[in-house]
Design a protein around this ligand. Structure first.
Ligand code: 1GP
Length: 235
C-alpha cells in the first residue's frame, strides 16, 4: 500500500531547536495549508524539545510526523501520524545509512513499525550541517543524482526519495533528473524555498516540496505563499 505522501504537495518542517516568529503560534503554523508537518532537525535535538512541538501541533487536523536524526530524538506519542526515518544514500559515514538505525533498533523496544517509513536522502548542499555530519558526497552530476534515485527505488524499495539542499535553493536540473528516473516512488525536494516563485519552480520538478527555515525566519504568511506555489505547479 502506498503512503499518504502520494497525495501531498507540501510539507512543513519544524526544527524544535528553533523558535517561531514573534506573535505566531503552532496553531497558526498548522493552518498554513501544508499537507503534513515533519518535526526534526540535525543538531540540538532532545526528547523534551521534540515533545513540546508534538504536543503543540498534534491536536490539529494536519498529520504530524517525527523525522528523527538519531534515536535519542524519538518520542512515542499517539498524536503522531508516524515516523519518517532518513537514510542518507550518499553518506560517506555509514552510520547514517544503517549505523544509527541499528542503534535505534537495539535500544528501543517500542518501535511502531506499522507507522515507520524511511526516506532515501540525497544530500546536495556541502555547506549544510547535514552534509558535514554525514560526510556526504555532494559533488554529484544530474545523472549521478538520478542513479541514486533509481538505486533507492529499484534496489532498496524506497517509497520516498528526498533531494535535500537544506539552506539553499537547489539545481532544478538535478532535481528533475531524480524525478524523471522514478517510477512510483515520491520525490521530495527541500532547500531554500522562500516565496511563491521558488516554491512553484521546485514543485514543478518534484512531487512534494519541503519548507523548513522559512517558518522560523519569516513566518506563516510566507509559508502560505509556498503552499500556493506548490498547488499551482501541480494543477
Ligand atoms: C530541510 O529540506 C528542508 O531539511 C528544508 O530546507 O530549511 O532550506 O527550507 P530549508
Amino acid at each position: 500500500m502506498s503512503g499518504p505522501w502520494t497525495e501531498w504537495d507540501h510539507v512543513l518542517k519544524i526544527d524544535p531547536d528553533k523558535t517561531l516568529v514573534d506573535g505566531e503560534t503552532f496553531e497558526d503554523v498548522c493552518e498554513t495549508g501544508t499537507d503534513a508537518i515533519a518535526v526534526g532537525g540535525t543538531t540540538g535535538m532532545t526528547e523534551e524539545k521534540m515533545e513540546r512541538v508534538i504536543d503543540a501541533t498534534g491536536k490539529y487536523d494536519v498529520p504530524v510526523y517525527i523525522e528523527p536524526s538519531h534515536s535519542e530524538a524519538v518520542v512515542h506519542s499517539d498524536a503522531l501520524a508516524g515516523y519518517l526515518v532518513p537514510i542518507v544514500f550518499n553518506a560517506g559515514d555509514v552510520a547514517w545509512i544503517t549505523g544509527a538505525h541499528k542503534e535505534w533498533a537495539r535500544l528501543d523496544d517500542d518501535i511502531d513499525w506499522a507507522r515507520t517509513w524511511t526516506e532515501a536522502y540525497i544530500v546536495m548542499n556541502p555547506d549544510a550541517t547535514v552534509a558535514e555530519y554525514t560526510s556526504a558526497d555532494c559533488d554529484l552530476d544530474a545523472d549521478e543524482v538520478a542513479a541514486y534515485a533509481e538505486v533507492a527505488e529499484q534496489m532498496f524499495g524506497q517509497e520516498i526519495v528526498y533531494v535535500e539542499y537544506s539552506g539553499r535553493l537547489g539545481d532544478p536540473e538535478k532535481v528533475a533528473a531524480a524525478h524523471d528516473e522514478l517510477d512510483d516512488a515520491t520525490l521530495f525536494y527541500g532547500g531554500g524555498i522562500h516565496d511563491y516563485d521558488s516554491a512553484h519552480r521546485m514543485a514543478s520538478n518534484a512531487d512534494v516540496i519541503v519548507v523548513g527555515d522559512l517558518v522560523h525566519d519569516e513566518g506563516v504568511d510566507a509559508v502560505r505563499e509556498t503552499v500556493e506555489g506548490a498547488h499551482d505547479a501541480h494543477e
